[in-house]
Design a protein around this ligand. Structure first.
Ligand code: ARG
Length: 458
């Protein structure tokens, strides 16, 4: 029979249901290329150390090259009977090169093999994600730059708070995605260590050279404790935690995009290629991409919890539980990668409607704080200024007008410190331009922040 990797020890085969239940090949075969890469580095070390012959190593190389080709061409036959990606490839190798293939697993276990594969796979995925986070930030920087002067209301509690520039608002997301990238870069340090050499759990009796394998595979170091090497999945959890935060930021942004695109708000439009229509309502254009991203955040958060729960009850060292790490991890990588790729593109498909933003900023007494600050600068204690402006706003609410609509005489009824110069303070432009310090919303500061961020990203 083609399967049955360890039949000698057993008196009966597993049932088909158990076979399906325990197999991982149909999802872990995405690690095929890194599995081959890891095996070749291991075999090279075995040959260098004289544990296998140079001839065997050459045969292994030859066989693996063929297998790689078969996989790339979609011709490799994955067998459920052979449980996982590792046994499938090893078995094929032996078919192709005979005894040399059977020697490959010397001084190695699937436990350290799979841990190595996941780390190699993750390293590539994290590098992609770091690149995509950069692209997204570059796209957002362009958007921020186009709208360094565009004014919209800033909100707290979803109520109009103070005028801000749209560029400044967009830069808030650039900051979030910047921290996300830092977290990924940091997680990569702990991903990039080599478990191979730990074997099943205790190490091996063969004179292996772990540092050599680490160097071949581009790892910064080896995992220092063999038990930890085969059972640690922190690196995957850390990545999922970082991914959950990226998605949380994406989700917040999505929520805003959906609100902004609602006709009731009408601050932006999103290019048609990111939206869909309705099967019944001909007039509809729905922001599907941000909505779906908001929804997918739930599944990524779920994967983080799945991995934390997977690990919490495991005694040392390897347990089969660990096989359950892959689907949540791979789905996290796929969801995050696709989402970031789409968002980097979509950020360039956002068209801003400055008139609508401006009209909204003119409602809701967005410059009330500016009036209070004005009075403070004239000598009034802030709490008294706050009270005086509250009265003024109350009057405007009753009259149905804006603060700037009041005459100087009207305004002076609330404080005789108010003079003709107050009207400059009540304008939207005056309000944003006055917040002129690092981190403030003034267009000048937004431009400075963009320049700084561009420097950091290049
Ligand atoms: N497919 C297994 C996994 O994903 C590989 C390691 C199996 N090791 C074992 N002792 N059963 O974890």
């Amino acid at each position: 029979k083609k399967g049955e990797a360890w039949s000698a020890r057993f008196s009966e085969p597993v049932s088909d249901l158990v076979k399906r239940y325990t197999a991982s090949v149909f999802f872990d075969n995405r690690m095929a290329q890194v599995d081959i890469q890891g095996s070749l580095a291991h075999a090279e070390m075995l040959a260098h150390q004289g544990i296998i012959s140079a001839a065997d190593y050459a045969e292994i190389q030859r066989g693996m090259a063929q297998i790689k080709g078969e996989i790339e061409a979609g011709q490799f036959e994955w067998l459920l009977d052979l449980e996982d990606v590792h046994l499938n490839i090893e078995k094929r190798l032996t078919e192709l090169v005979g005894d040399a293939g059977k020697r490959l697993h010397t001084g190695r276990s699937r436990n350290d093999q799979v841990a190595t594969d996941i780390r190699l796979y993750m390293r590539g995925a994290v590098d992609d994600i770091i690149g995509l986070l950069r692209e997204l930030r570059l796209a957002l920087l362009d958007l921020a730059e186009q709208h360094a002067d565009t004014i919209l209301p800033g909100f707290t509690h979803m109520q109009v708070a103070q005028p801000i520039t749209f560029g400044h608002h967009v830069l808030a997301y650039v900051e979030m995605f910047g921290r996300d990238a830092e977290r990924m870069i940091d997680a990569r340090k702990r991903i990039n260590r080599l478990p191979l050499g730990a074997a099943a759990l205790a190490g091996t009796t063969f004179p292996i050279d772990r540092l050599r394998v680490a160097k071949t595979l581009g790892f910064d170091d080896v995992c220092r404790n063999s038990l930890d090497a085969v059972s640690d999945r922190d690196f995957a959890i850390e990545f999922c935690a970082g991914a959950a935060l990226v998605m949380t930021h994406i989700s917040r942004m999505s929520e805003e995009l959906v609100i902004w695109m609602s006709p009731r708000v009408g601050f932006i439009d999103i290019a048609d290629r990111f939206c869909t229509g309705s099967s019944i309502m001909p007039q509809k254009k729905n922001p599907d991409v941000p909505e779906l991203a908001r929804g997918k955040t739930g599944r990524v958060n779920g994967h983080l919890i799945a991995l934390l729960t997977l690990m919490k009850g495991q005694p040392l060292a390897y347990n089969k539980d660990n096989q359950e790490d892959k689907e949540p991890l791979f789905d996290t990588v796929d969801t995050l990668t696709d989402t970031l790729r789409i968002f980097a593109d979509m950020a360039r498909g956002i068209s801003v409607k400055p008139e609508a933003m401006r009209a909204a900023a003119l409602q809701g007494y967005a410059t009330a704080t500016d009036l209070a600050d004005y009075l403070v600068k004239k000598g009034l204690p802030f709490r008294d200024a706050h009270e005086a402006v509250a009265h003024a706003v109350r009057t405007c609410v009753d009259k149905g007008c804006d603060l700037a609509d009041l005459s100087l005489a009207d305004l002076r009824a609330f404080s005789d410190l108010i003079g003709e110069d107050v009207f400059a303070v009540l304008t939207l432009e005056g309000s944003v331009a006055a917040r002129d310090h690092i981190g403030g919303t003034a267009p000048k500061q937004v431009r400075a922040a963009i320049a700084q961020l561009r420097k950091e990203l290049n």
